[in-house]
Design a binder for this molecule. Structure first.
Ligand code: ARG
Length: 451
C-alpha cells in the first residue's frame, strides 16, 4: 500500500531523482548508518541481534558498492533509498528497522557534512603540496631580479622568489579558510534531528557524534535539517582559492609569451596547434586561469537556492550537491595542475634580469634620493617625471639624459642597479628580507593552520 494511486510522471521522476550524482555519498551514508544502528541497539531500540544483522548487511552493501556490483534499481530515488532497499533485499525485513528514529533530512545533512569535512581536509593537503612547490621554486630563484608590475607596466624591481612567495601567502590564507570549514562549519552533528522535530525514541546523539567525529550535536533540530552553511563555506573557500590560482595561471600565460619570455612551460603542460607547427600553447595555464568563475557560479547558485527558503528542509536543497561535487573536482584538478606547472616551469634568468635592468624602474629611487636631501616628495616626483619623459621621447636610458638634477650621486644610483637591495623594509625586496620571508613561509607551512 502507499499514499499514491498513480505512478510518478517520467519527467518528474527524472527531475526528482538524485541518484545519478548522490551515489558518490555512499561511503558517508554507510558510515552514518552504521553509527545509527549501533546507537539504536545501545539505546535499546534495536536488539543486539538486529544490530548485528544490519551491520553485516551494510558490509555486504559496501562490498557491492565498492566493487561496482551494487544493483541500482529503476525506482531508487537517491543513494539513501537505494542502500536501504538493497539492505532489505539482503537481510530481509529487519533492513526496514534501520530507518527508525531517522529521516532522510537529518541523514542527508549528516552525509554531506561528512563529505565536506573530508574534502576540506583533502583541499588542505593539496594546498600544502602547491605551497611547498612554490617555496622550493622561490628558493632556487632568490637572486633572480625581474620587474615588479602594477597595471602590467614595469614598476619596481623585485626578486623572483619574492614574487613567488606572494602566492604562498595567498595559499596559506586559503588553508585557514579550509581549516575553518573542516573544524568549525561541520562541527555539529545533524543526525537525530529527525525530519525536523526530533524523534520519538530515547536516542543517544552524543554516541553517534563520537563515532562520526563531530565535536557537538546540533542544538536545534529545525536548524539542523535546514542548514547548508557548510556547503556555502566550502564553496566560498574554493572560489577564493581558485581565484588565486587564476592569477598564477594568468601570469604563466603572459610570462611564457615570446614578448615576455620569462618562463618556458613544461611540454607536459602545453599543447600544440593543429595548424601552426611552431606553436606551443600554455593551455593548462589558461584553463587554470578560467576555472575560478565556474566555482564562483556554484557558490552564487547555492546562495540562490538557499535565499528566502522557508524552514525547514525543502527539496530545493537537493540542488546543493552538483555544485559541491563539481567544485571539489575542479579544485582538486586545479591545485594538481598548478603544482605540476610550478615544478616544471623553467625561468629565463637573463630575460628577467634584462627587463629588470631598465633604469626607468629606478625612477622612484632617484626621487627618494632628492627626498633624503630635503625636497618634498611631490616636487621630486615631478622632477623625475620630467626626466623620464625626456628619456622616453629620445628613446634612451634615464642615465643618458642631460640634466642638472642628475648629479653624480644620482647617476651612480642608476648605474649601480642597487635599487633592489636598498629597499630593506620588512616584507620588502632586499635579499635579506626575502630570505627572512622564505623562512617565515616555510615555518608557517610546517605549522598547523592557526585556529
Ligand atoms: N535526495 C535528497 C536530498 O539530497 C535527500 C533528502 C530527501 N528528503 C525528503 N524529505 N524528500 O536532498
Amino acid at each position: 500500500m502507499s499514499r499514491f494511486a498513480e505512478p510518478q510522471h517520467p519527467h518528474f521522476r527524472r527531475m526528482n531523482t538524485s541518484l545519478g550524482f548522490d551515489r558518490r555519498l555512499w561511503p558517508q551514508d554507510l558510515a552514518g548508518s552504521r553509527a545509527h544502528a549501533r546507537m539504536l541497539a545501545a539505546a535499546g531500540v534495536l536488539t543486539e541481534a538486529e544490530r548485528d544483522e544490519l551491520l553485516h548487511g551494510l558490509t555486504r552493501v559496501e562490498e557491492e558498492l565498492r566493487d561496482g556490483a551494487f544493483p541500482f534499481a529503476e525506482d531508487d530515488e537517491d543513494i539513501h533509498m537505494a542502500v536501504e532497499r538493497r539492505l532489505t533485499e539482503l537481510v530481509g525485513p529487519v533492513g526496514g528497522k534501520l530507518h527508525t528514529a531517522r529521516s532522510r533530512n537529518d541523514q542527508v545533512a549528516t552525509d554531506v557534512s561528512l563529505f565536506v569535512r573530508e574534502e576540506a581536509a583533502a583541499a588542505i593537503e593539496r594546498i600544502e603540496g602547491l605551497a611547498a612547490a612554490l617555496i622550493a621554486c622561490a628558493e632556487r630563484h632568490l637572486d633572480v631580479p625581474l620587474p615588479g608590475y602594477t597595471h602590467l607596466q614595469r614598476a619596481q624591481p623585485v626578486y623572483l622568489a619574492h614574487h613567488l612567495l606572494a602566492y604562498v601567502w595567498m595559499l596559506l590564507r586559503d588553508r585557514e579558510r579550509f581549516a575553518f570549514v573542516r573544524d568549525r562549519s561541520v562541527a555539529r552533528l545533524p543526525l537525530g534531528a529527525g525530519a525536523l522535530a526530533g524523534v520519538n525514541f530515547a536516542t543517544d546523539r552524543r554516541m553517534v557524534a563520537d563515532e562520526l567525529g563531530f565535536a557537538e550535536v546540533a542544538p536545534n533540530s529545525i536548524d539542523a535539517v535546514s542548514n547548508r552553511d557548510f556547503v556555502l563555506d566550502y564553496l566560498a573557500a574554493a572560489a577564493t582559492c581558485l581565484t588565486h590560482l587564476s592569477r598564477l595561471g594568468s601570469e604563466l600565460v603572459i610570462w611564457s609569451s615570446s614578448e615576455f619570455g620569462f618562463v618556458r612551460m613544461p611540454d607536459a603542460w602545453s599543447s600544440g596547434s593543429s595548424i601552426m607547427p611552431q606553436k606551443k600553447n600554455p593551455d593548462a595555464a589558461e584553463l587554470l586561469r578560467a576555472k575560478a568563475p565556474r566555482v564562483v557560479g556554484h557558490l552564487t547558485a547555492l546562495h540562490g537556492v538557499m535565499h528566502a527558503l522557508p524552514l525547514t528542509y525543502n527539496k530545493d536543497m537537493q540542488e546543493d550537491k552538483e555544485p559541491l561535487f563539481d567544485a571539489v573536482d575542479t579544485l582538486e584538478l586545479a591545485l594538481a595542475a598548478a603544482q605540476g606547472m610550478v615544478e616544471g616551469a623553467v625561468f629565463d634568468r637573463d630575460r628577467m634580469a634584462q627587463a629588470a635592468s631598465d633604469d626607468l624602474i629606478a625612477a622612484t629611487d632617484i626621487a627618494d634620493l632628492y627626498v633624503k636631501r630635503g625636497m618634498p616628495f611631490r616636487e621630486a616626483h615631478g622632477i623625475v617625471g620630467g626626466l623620464v619623459r625626456e628619456a622616453v621621447e629620445r628613446g634612451v636610458p634615464l642615465a643618458d639624459v642631460e640634466s642638472e638634477h642628475l648629479d653624480e650621486e644620482a647617476r651612480s644610483l642608476l648605474s649601480q642597479a642597487s635599487w633592489l637591495e636598498s629597499k630593506d623594509s620588512v616584507g620588502g625586496p632586499a635579499s635579506g628580507r626575502v630570505r627572512e620571508q622564505l623562512a617565515a613561509a616555510r615555518e608557517a607551512l610546517a605549522a598547523p593552520p592557526p585556529p
